[in-house]
Design a protein around this ligand. Structure first.
Ligand code: EPZ
Length: 420
């Protein structure tokens, strides 16, 4: 298994081009199943999650040409309607293929995604959406077996929680359902808006994207198109936090700064100076102390749970006490024990982490537990004294394109050792 070695204590200075968004690419690729025509996605990041999804789509009948960051998908015919455990367990988002398979084929069997390192992650709200839209289902042998005998019927649905995945799922079912549908308490994340806008351009009738109520009038069919995947706000946020930790000056290109506004404000309160322009942001930390800042994760436009671990790494070196509350997932603190190996002082009280800043972090061997937790270890290692080794970095490869190259280009010292 690959290993990452980081020589800490170097400031970051330079420019990073932010890649296309993983969490927008995945649902956009899945939505390609809704049409017989070709969907052309530009700016798709080269990540292992994208490879996993390509594999699954090919099994279902898609022809895919992937050239650099351009992915062309054509699914003239669905040839299989079963998404196997082996693929769905690797990546929870593959569960979402259930929606276009039902919409286009009328039935599907998709493995239960199961729990994962960050929480139980049940599927009760997905089942509710299906029920409301005239889809019968059984959960048997670890699979959701769904059928829509008389076709999808538009419906009024209210989510108990603003779930990103359930909003993607609803969009992909309702666009081809008979009649009108509405979703109350829908997620407003930019990735949901990206999927919705793409579906609109394919011919779907959708209103209310980016708000807590989405209305859809179903159409007969959707057409193909060519579209750009938006940039990855979580990748951008991760590098912004890294800069806040190491000091220096960083310019992040290809971003929409308003999408990480809440993070930028939190970083400013830690003492970082920021300058946003049209599609970039520059950040600078001088030699001032890192001021402790409290955060609380929440659905968009709140503080993203996908940046919580990274922000916690930053707070381990603050000049006070920071309170970090996780409101989205019940077990997203796996990084705490690994950060402690650097000498961080963090206490957990349920969904609250109390981080008491220490003077310095000391390098240590650590292990990644999930995708964003691994980013927090990278950030801690960049600022720690000495040489850190990080194991299980396949987590990192799921979501960060060319991370070593991008950080080394700004003065970091990161090496990957293959097959350690
Ligand atoms: C998406 O996951 C993202 N994944 C996650 O990013 C992100 O952390 C999450 O949204 C929240 O922003 C992708 O886009 C591929 P949810 P998703 O449904 O859709 C509960 C990363 O690191 N829930 O919004 O699965 C659920 O357990 C990943 O890139 C139910 O209770 O998240 C959670 O507590 C990790 N029942 C909450 O809702 C359900 O039926 C929000 O989860 C569905 C969800």
């Amino acid at each position: 298994m690959d290993l990452i070695i980081i020589e800490g204590g170097k400031k970051l200075n330079g420019t990073i081009d932010i890649s296309g968004s993983k969490n927008a690419s995945l649902p956009m690729m899945i939505a390609s199943l809704l049409t017989k025509q070709t969907l052309e996605l530009n700016n798709v990041p080269n990540l292992s999650d994208v490879e996993t999804l390509k594999h699954l789509l090919r099994i279902l009948g898609s022809e895919i040409v992937h050239n650099n960051r351009l992915v062309k998908i054509k699914t003239e015919k669905i040839i299989h309607t079963l998404a196997p455990y082996d693929l769905v367990r690797k990546m929870r988002a593959s569960f979402w293929v259930l929606a276009p398979l039902i919409a286009r084929f009328g039935s599907a069997e998709v493995s239960l995604p199961g729990g994962c390192a960050i929480g139980i992650r049940p599927i009760n709200m997905y089942l509710k959406i299906m029920e409301k839209m005239n889809v019968s289902y059984a959960v048997e042998n670890g699979y959701v077996k769904a059928k829509s005998k008389e076709g999808l019927r538009g419906s009024k649905i209210t989510l108990d929680f603003q779930s990103v995945g359930c909003t993607h799922f609803f969009l992909m079912l309702a666009v081809l359902a008979k009649g009108d549908s509405s979703l109350e308490n829908s997620a407003c994340e930019p990735e949901v808006v990206a999927l919705g806008r793409m579906l609109q351009k394919m011919g779907a009738k959708i209103e209310g994207l980016g708000t807590k109520r989405i209305n859809i009038t179903g159409v007969e069919s959707l057409s193909g198109l060519s579209i750009q995947v938006p940039s990855d706000r979580i990748e951008a946020g991760t590098y912004a936090i890294a800069l806040a930790m190491t000091g220096g000056q960083l310019k992040l290109n290809n971003i929409n700064a308003t999408e990480i506004d809440i993070l930028i404000r939190a970083l400013e309160s830690t003492g970082v100076e920021t300058y946003s322009s049209n599609n970039s942001i520059s950040l600078e930390r001088k030699n001032n102390p890192i001021h402790s800042t409290n955060i609380e994760t929440a659905p968009y436009p709140g503080f993203p749970t996908d940046l919580q671990a990274q922000f916690m790494a930053l707070m381990t070196l603050s000049n006070g006490v920071s309170r970090i509350k996780e409101n989205i997932f019940e077990n997203r603190f796996m990084h705490v024990q690994e950060l402690a190996r650097f000498g961080a002082n963090i206490e957990l009280e349920g969904d609250l982490a109390i981080v008491k800043g220490v003077k310095c972090l000391i390098a240590a061997p650590v292990m990644a537990t999930d995708l964003r937790a691994s980013a927090s270890l990278i950030i801690a290692a960049l600022a720690a004294k000495g040489t850190t080794s990080i194991r299980r970095i396949y987590h990192l490869d799921r979501g960060f394109e060319e991370l070593e190259k991008k950080l080394n280009g700004c003065g970091a010292d990161i090496k990957r050792i293959r097959d350690a």
